[in-house]
Design a protein. Structure first.
Length: 418
């Protein structure tokens, strides 16, 4: 079909074909390569490869989007794309510069994003480990929402932690294990200013207060909480470290704030706190209904499509670079160890055609200057001789194999030197 398109343009207008023929031919080759790549993708192993990489990339995009680091990742992807293009076009200087850059940049990236990378691996671990924390029950959510409004009216300092799917224990310091059922009386006593543990946070586990008087990590983004106290900075600090939701009431202003996804925002008067808590638990612990999966797919379709596109490009590039191909080279023959009184007067043939096998990216850098065949003629007397060209006699890069030598032997005539 692609060849037919090329011939059609040439036949309809021979003069214009002089201009368009190279363009059409290039388009034909690119289209043919793309079609071949698509066909190769429809193999079970390749499909699994793409699905796994898509899942990993999706997780990375979601994580870095939450941590507000997505622009940096986009910049890294652009540089990676430039490196891929330089490899495909075989630009040696550009490849060398990018290789030196990436060898240092990956270390720098690991240091700068060590917190995000650690969180990513924790998320991967969560998929295979049953979580011990439980979502709050409906009655608990109603009670906490009502008590939070009450604390807001009385300007009672409050800090409550609602863990998500990630483990929060390693971010918590101190505290007293309670495991008491959430009730109005318990909440009033825990945040009573006359009690020693009222300045700390409480951790909700299902319908129980798991711990109280807990200290949370302070936020690194001090600018976001410069107008607030330590309680708000702690609420933001935990939301910077994991997917938990923190609820804080200011004892100075009586405002209610929510800490989540590295952000701390004050609730408006018309916002429904109970609904916000329900939405949080529905997102973190969705009920297994088909409608929930459909809604999740619709909400994340763009991100999934982006992850799939990046995964497919990586797979196509990797496949093109690691696929085994063959190339033929005409290799000259050099005779060694010939006695001084003799000369090689004739050689049939004077060169051999060698077929090399290896990865396409390695074969693309191979040049005739890298190749040489040698034949040992020591001990031979004047006359015609048959010399076998062994694979070991052909000088070539060690990462490339020799598939075939044509011919495998040559005829030489040795005569006395004049």
């Amino acid at each position: 079909m692609h060849l037919g398109l090329y011939l059609l343009v040439h036949r309809r207008n021979p003069c214009r074909s002089l201009l368009w023929s190279p363009i059409v031919l290039m388009f034909t080759l690119l289209t043919s390569t793309f079609v071949d790549t698509i066909r190769a993708a429809f193999v079970v192993q390749n499909i699994l490869d793409i699905v796994v990489i898509t899942s990993l990339i999706y997780g990375i995009i979601v994580l870095f989007r939450k941590t507000k680091s997505l622009p940096i990742i986009i910049g890294v992807l652009l540089l990676t794309a430039l490196y891929g293009i330089s490899t495909l076009l075989n630009l040696p200087l550009t490849q060398t510069v990018f290789q030196a850059f990436f060898s240092m940049f990956l270390v720098i990236l690991a240091i700068v994003f060590q917190r995000e990378l650690r969180r990513f691996f924790e998320l991967v671990g969560v998929l295979g480990i049953k979580r011990t924390m439980l979502p709050a029950t409906d009655s608990t959510i109603k009670l906490i929402a009502a008590m939070t409004k009450r604390f807001s009216e009385t300007r009672t300092g409050t800090l409550i932690v609602f863990p998500g799917r990630e483990n929060v224990d390693r971010f918590l310091e101190g505290g007293v294990i309670l495991n008491g059922k959430v009730s109005e009386a318990l909440l009033l006593s825990l945040f009573d200013e006359s009690t020693p543990g009222h300045d700390g946070a409480i951790v909700i586990d299902g319908d129980k207060v798991k711990k109280f008087s807990v200290h949370l990590p302070l936020a690194e983004n001090i600018e976001a909480v410069k107008k607030f106290g330590t309680r708000h900075r702690a609420a933001l600090g935990l939301s910077e470290s994991c997917d938990a939701l923190t609820l804080v009431v200011s004892e100075e202003r009586g405002t209610i704030s929510i800490g989540r996804n590295k952000q701390l925002r004050a609730l408006r008067a018309d916002e429904d706190l109970e609904r916000l808590l329900r939405d949080f638990y529905e997102e973190k612990f969705p009920k297994k209904h088909i409608s929930n999966y459909t809604r999740w797919f619709q909400q994340n379709f763009t991100t999934l499509l982006t992850a799939f596109g990046i995964a497919f490009v990586i797979w196509a590039f990797f496949t093109s670079q690691t696929s085994i191909t063959q190339r033929k080279f005409v290799v000259p023959i050099e005779f060694t160890n010939a006695p001084k009184e003799y000369v090689i007067s004739e050689s049939v043939p004077e060169e051999v055609v060698v077929t090399f096998s290896g990865r396409s990216n390695e074969l693309s850098t191979l040049t005739p200057g890298d190749l040489k065949a040698s034949a040992d003629v020591s001990g031979m007397k004047p006359g015609w001789h048959r010399v076998i060209i062994h694979k070991e006699d052909i000088k070539h890069p060690s990462n490339i194999d020799i598939a075939k030598t044509d011919p495998e032997s040559i005829q030489i005539k040795i005569t006395k030197a004049q």
